[in-house]
Design a protein around this ligand. Structure first.
Ligand code: HEC
Ligand code: HEC
Length: 257
């Protein structure tokens, strides 16, 4: 009975959250409790072995507590496929998400209603100042992620990943959450508007208008310079060959004379 009450408590809390948050009009009232319970079910199945039933994590194993981490953290770790982590790698890599959107929302709701606090999922992630976003990016992010967000190695085998796969919401979440070795940027350091401008700049880095020609995957100036050299060389040779062939209708000896 005690166990039943323990299970029922959070389930009801989540059901209430679902009701308030409106987990989706498609979910008719009779199944609401079941849907809300789904977050807990998934937590028990996929998270509890590491993060514990009470969400405390296991400090000795390097598994963090989920108390007050916030919806932004849970959503970020699930959307970028970092969780559930199958092996205890020192840095959970980005992967295709394990759960679909609805299941992710259910887990976020369960974790954040059971252990409240922390940053919410950022909603306004569309900035207006691309130039300012670029300045903020160079000041706050480029040292680790590189000037074009292509990523870079950090000390002790860690790495700052490429930013090219991250969605706008994920970029804003990362800024507020500070996953792994990345620092947290709170509202005192970057306002929501500044975060939105950085997000817009990172999106621009995904598809810059490449005025100087094709971006070649934005691997950086050295590689691009090298490729430029090769293309230049072969281009020059190609043009010379083409020009040479223009005179093919004339006798070879004369063309090369
Ligand atoms: C195999 C063990 C394991 C499993 C299973 C697991 N985690 Fe984790 N989790 C970790 C470790 C280790 C970290 C810290 C690593 C990191 O930050 O990259 C972590 C970090 C997190 C964080 C970041 C916490 C913070 O302080 O910001 C969140 C949120 C999280 N996990 C949620 C989940 C959820 C939700 C599930 C289930 C869907 C889950 N995890 C399953 C081991 C696990
Ligand atoms: C001190 C180095 C450092 C700085 C500064 C930093 N990051 Fe990171 N960032 C990291 C590391 C390390 C990770 C990977 C964390 C992990 O997975 O454990 C990361 C992860 C991310 C991710 C997740 C990428 C993905 O596809 O999963 C995004 C987005 C991101 N950072 C954006 C930013 C932005 C925007 C800024 C500037 C406001 C910034 N970072 C500043 C080190 C840094």
């Amino acid at each position: 009975m005690a166990l039943f009450a323990r299970l029922l408590g959070p389930a009801l809390a989540v059901a209430a959250a679902g009701l308030v948050g409106g987990l989706g009009p498609a979910r008719a009232t009779p199944v609401r409790a079941a849907v809300a319970g789904r977050g807990q079910l998934l937590y028990v199945e996929e998270c509890q072995t590491c993060h514990e039933a009470n969400g405390s994590g296991q400090a000795s194993e390097g598994i963090p507590s989920l108390h007050g981490v916030g919806a932004a953290a849970v959503d970020f770790y699930l959307a970028t496929g970092r969780m559930p982590e199958a092996t205890l790698l020192r840095q959970a890599p980005r992967k295709p998400p394990f759960f679909d959107t609805a299941d992710r929302a259910a887990i976020v709701a369960y974790v954040t209603t059971t252990w409240p606090g922390g940053p919410a999922i950022p909603t306004d992630v569309s900035g207006t100042d691309l130039q300012g976003g670029g300045d903020l990016f160079r000041t706050n992010c480029a040292a680790c992620h590189g000037a074009v967000g292509a990523g870079a190695a950090l000390a002790h085998g860690a790495y700052a990943p490429s930013l090219h796969a991250a969605t706008p919401v994920e970029v804003a979440e990362a800024i507020r959450v500070g996953p792994g070795n990345m620092p947290v940027f709170d509202a005192g350091q970057l306002t929501d508007a500044q975060v939105a401008d950085i997000v817009t700049y990172v999106q621009y880095l995904h598809h810059p208008d490449d005025r100087g020609g094709a971006g070649l995957g934005h691997t950086g100036p050295i590689a691009e310079g090298f490729v430029g050299l090769l293309v230049g060389l072969f281009g020059a040779v190609g043009v010379a060959t083409w020009v040479g062939h223009r005179s093919d209708d004339e006798p070879r000896e004369r063309a090369h004379a």
